[in-house]
Design a protein around this ligand. Structure first.
Ligand code: NBP
Length: 501
């Protein structure tokens, strides 16, 4: 291997790193790879070098770095947190000013902001890039959300645009069919410059939070059909296939249809019935919710999706409680199967709209907090292909922000407003039926509460603020005074004139 010949280097050859490296090589970029445990590197190279001659493995970091063209570009695909810091620390003294480190892991955006600042002091560029789409996306086209300096992005852009998923410019739908050695050429790349420092990882985090919401909402739709209509998994799978041909057309609806129709190879029972009902999480939904709380942005639907996983995880406690706590008496409400299936679809769509409205509001607040200039239409565009939340519906979000880049909430866009006008009676009915039957619908219910709160010109927090003033002298504003003037009532002597603060 001659020195300075590879276009890019990649560190970390677990699932994501291996697939991303093969994707980069498929697009005719020379790529060097390095892994802490060298045997993984040799295994990987042995398996792939005949079919992928652009791939080069190295035992030492020094020889790996020497193999790269300047400015050197190094992608890190290792666990977020300390492992990422350890890899960055080992690289700093080997790189020259102007070289670029790209973290493609799921780093917390605040870590990315700190790393970018530190590396800038060493003359190095740092890009924190969201990489969405799991193993399959990394191999054949992920959605890429890079944040960092514009100069660094321009050096990485040709590679990032080439390897990303592509959508058809006419339909806005992902172009499928990439194979090893035969990537998709043409189409609109699902990769765009997000903004400075941690913005790419922030947007990836919100993407994951939205993904939590989408998955939980789908589970609630499934649960309603399972528990009230007693449909078989296969029957529900066919319904999801049908939903996937309309407004709900998306990767998650598609795979749900596949999962529900799958039988367990061991028992021949429906596969979904043999999977234990406890869900894990790695933290991005939690980070999204914590950040929403920190910034005071209402994003209850993602938070409910996180809590739903937490509740699922206390399986033993739930089993004990199920023998003690009673649900409602058998409902007398007459249920029409076809009508309820259709109403559940409508409820799912309306809830999804509210969840995305919250996610975009969160990003809107974050850009003010961190001084970014996020292009929401572009973000929705790069989520149309490659990533887990890819959906036809994202095209509508792009159109909404193209019509009005200053849109304060997606719910105010005509398309989304009209959807909710059209479906809200079904949405309300489904939630009422769920409550009546004792079926938990935390994300459906939180979404409708969000909608009803957002559209309310008067909420009961007048009483709440009075309570705060009563016990803590937290003051209140008056409806008959201009905004910004604060008052306090002497609650021990409430007849006294109030105090103007
Ligand atoms: P892991 O997150 O499991 O990372 C393990 C890899 O990092 C191994 O190859 C390990 O080497 C290597 N590594 C190196 Br090099 N230095 C390390 C160190 N100091 N400490 C620990 N490991 C070190 O890999 P992954 O599942 O491919 O994910 C990579 C990144 O992509 C993560 O940040 C993840 O959150 C993110 N991500 C994952 C997905 C997904 O679907 N899996 C999707 C999107 C993003 P070794 O062989 O010597 O142990």
């Amino acid at each position: 291997m001659i020195e300075n010949t590879s276009d890019i280097g990649l560190i970390g050859l677990a699932v994501m790193g291996q697939n991303l490296a093969l994707n980069i090589a498929d697009h005719n970029f020379g790529i060097s790879v390095y892994n802490r445990t060298y045997s993984k590197t040799t295994d990987f190279i042995d398996r792939n070098q005949t079919s992928t001659p652009n791939l080069h493995g190295f035992e030492t970091l020094e020889s790996f770095i020497d193999s790269l063209k300047s400015p050197k570009k190094v992608v890190i695909m290792v666990q977020a947190g300390k492992p990422t810091d350890a890899v960055i620390d080992s690289l700093v003294h080997l790189l020259d000013p102007g070289d670029i480190i790209i973290d493609g892991g799921n780093a917390k955006w605040t870590d990315t902001i700190a790393r970018e600042k530190n590396l800038k002091d060493n003359g190095l560029h740092f890009i924190g890039s969201g990489v969405s789409g799991g193993e399959e996306g990394a191999r054949f086209g992920p959605s890429l959300m890079p944040g960092g300096s514009l100069e660094a992005w321009q050096a990485v852009e040709p590679i990032w645009n080439s390897i990303s998923a592509k959508v058809d410019p006419n339909t806005g739908k992902p172009i499928e069919g990439a194979l090893p050695g035969k990537p998709i050429i043409g189409g609109i790349p699902c990769s765009t410059y997000i903004g400075e420092n941690g913005s790419g990882h922030y947007v990836k985090m919100v993407h994951n939070g939205i993904e939590y919401g989408d998955m939980q909402m789908i589970c609630e739709a499934y649960d309603l059909m399972h528990s009230i209509l007693k449909l078989s998994p296969h029957e529900m799978g066919v319904i999801f296939d049908d939903w996937n041909t309309g407004e709900l057309d998306s990767f998650l609806i598609e795979i749900t249809g596949d999962i529900l129709k799958q039988t367990d190879p061991r028992t021949r029972k429906p596969f979904v019935d043999i999977v234990l009902d406890t869900a894990g999480q790695k933290g991005t939904g939690k980070w999204t919710s914590i950040n929403a709380l920190d910034m005071g942005v209402p994003a209850p639907t993602v938070a409910e999706a996180v809590f739903a996983r937490c509740l699922s995880a206390i399986k033993e406690e739930r089993e004990v409680a199920s023998g003690i706590l009673k649900g409602p008496k058998k409902s007398e409400t007459a249920i029409n199967k076809t009508d309820l299936i259709s109403a559940i679809r409508d409820a799912l769509y309306c809830s999804k709209i509210c969840s995305y409205a919250q996610g975009f509001q969160l990003m809107n607040e974050a850009q003010k907090e961190y001084g970014w200039n996020l292009k929401f239409g572009e973000i929705a565009k790069i989520w149309r292909g490659g990533c887990i939340i890819r959906a036809a519906f994202l095209q509508k979000i792009t159109e909404a922000y193209e019509k009005n880049p200053e849109l304060s909430n997606l719910l105010l866009d005509d398309y989304f407003k009209n959807c909710i006008d059209k479906y809200q009676s079904s949405w309300r009915r489904v939630i009422s039926i769920a409550v009546e039957f004792g079926i938990p619908v935390p994300t459906f219910a939180s979404a409708i509460s969000y909608y009803d709160s957002y559209r309310a010109d008067r909420l009961p927090q007048n009483l709440l603020q009075a309570q705060r003033d009563y016990f803590g002298a937290h003051t209140y504003e008056r409806t008959d005074e201009t905004r910004g003037k604060s008052f306090h009532l002497d609650w021990l002597n409430p007849r006294r004139p109030e105090i103007k603060i």
